[in-house]
Design a protein around this ligand. Structure first.
Ligand SMILES: NC(=O)c1ccc[n+]([C@@H]2O[C@H](COP(=O)([O-])OP(=O)(O)OC[C@H]3O[C@@H](n4cnc5c(N)ncnc54)[C@H](OP(=O)(O)O)[C@@H]3O)[C@@H](O)[C@H]2O)c1
Length: 259
């Protein structure tokens, strides 16, 4: 599924292209599923061209769950151009997929999952006994962030009285408002959308196979539950339109080779 120029969802089209040839350090992955992420809309509209320059035409899809051609290993990882039947991916970006959930569902882990992981543990440094407010807890990142913070032994809530919160994770695409005023002294405000003034933290997710591998283990341990809706890849333009209209809800993965 590619765009040849920036624009609305009508620009997304299914093209027949040669199977990618992996370069040095890359492997060819037969894609089971990719995920839709809100940033895909920004990429498609051309809003990200300064921070994520791409060459047009570009294949959509920023993460993959699939099987390595030749070895059959089931893997997940960040991957450019995964809204396709096959994608070439740097081997270092891939980790073994969870074995206890459908492979397609694991397509939520490389971006939403790793973002939640880094927000909770790397930036907010949430630990047992802390109280955490998660803004956007119903979103893809939020659903996983809530489970990770709870697993760390924190008390997680979506609302809080001013002055009672150790950490605020701001994961919704709206202004962060006066969330910092909810924090107790020394508390931390972490945002993945709005920029926040220091000592608050705004971050862009790092591609980290180590974090991803820990998440996979937590899925297989039954700690993190993946709650996804699957759609066929042919619906990709429709998914973009529904997301722009605020009608998508939940986390959507696009299934290519799945049943
Ligand atoms: N910094 C990074 O590296 C990074 C990485 C991943 C994502 N992001 C960004 O982080 C945001 C969340 O990502 P996601 O994949 O979790 O997206 P998502 O699944 O669309 O979740 C967005 C969440 O924001 C809530 N929300 C939307 N509009 C709202 C409003 N007006 N008032 C209150 N809540 C509102 C939604 O509530 P409902 O569930 O009720 O609709 C949902 O819970 C997106 O903006 C995404 O682009 C940044």
């Amino acid at each position: 599924m590619r765009i040849h120029r920036y624009g609305d969802a009508a620009e997304i089209r299914a093209d027949d292209v040669p199977r990618p040839v992996p370069g040095p350090g890359e492997v060819l992955v037969r894609v089971e599923a990719t995920s839709f992420n809100p940033s895909d809309i920004g990429l498609r509209r051309g809003l990200l061209r300064d921070i994520m320059p791409v060459e047009l035409p570009v294949t959509l899809g920023g993460e993959v769950a699939g099987t390595v051609v030749g070895t059959g290993e089931r893997v997940v990882g960040r991957a450019s151009g995964a809204a396709a039947e096959y994608v070439a991916v740097p081997a270092r970006s891939l980790v073994a997929a969870p074995t206890t959930v459908p492979l397609a569902h694991a397509a939520v882990l490389p971006i939403a999952g790793v973002t939640a992981w880094q927000a909770v543990f790397e930036h907010a440094k949430i630990a047992a006994g802390q109280r955490v407010l998660v803004n956007g807890a119903g979103g893809a990142v939020g659903r996983i962030a809530v489970q990770l913070a709870a697993h760390a032994g924190a008390h997680v809530t979506a609302t809080a009285r001013p002055g009672s919160v150790d950490a605020v994770l701001h994961l919704a695409p709206i202004g962060v408002g006066d969330a910092a005023s909810l924090l107790r002294p020394g508390g931390v405000l972490v945002s993945i959308t709005d920029r926040v003034p220091p000592p608050g933290v705004h971050f862009v997710t790092r591609d980290d196979a180590g974090d991803l591998a820990v998440l996979v283990a937590l899925v297989d341990a039954g700690v993190v539950h993946l709650d996804v809706r699957t759609r066929p890849l042919a619906d990709l333009a429709l998914v973009h339109r529904e997301a722009e209209a605020g009608l998508l809800g939940g986390k959507t993965v696009l299934v290519i080779h799945g049943r």
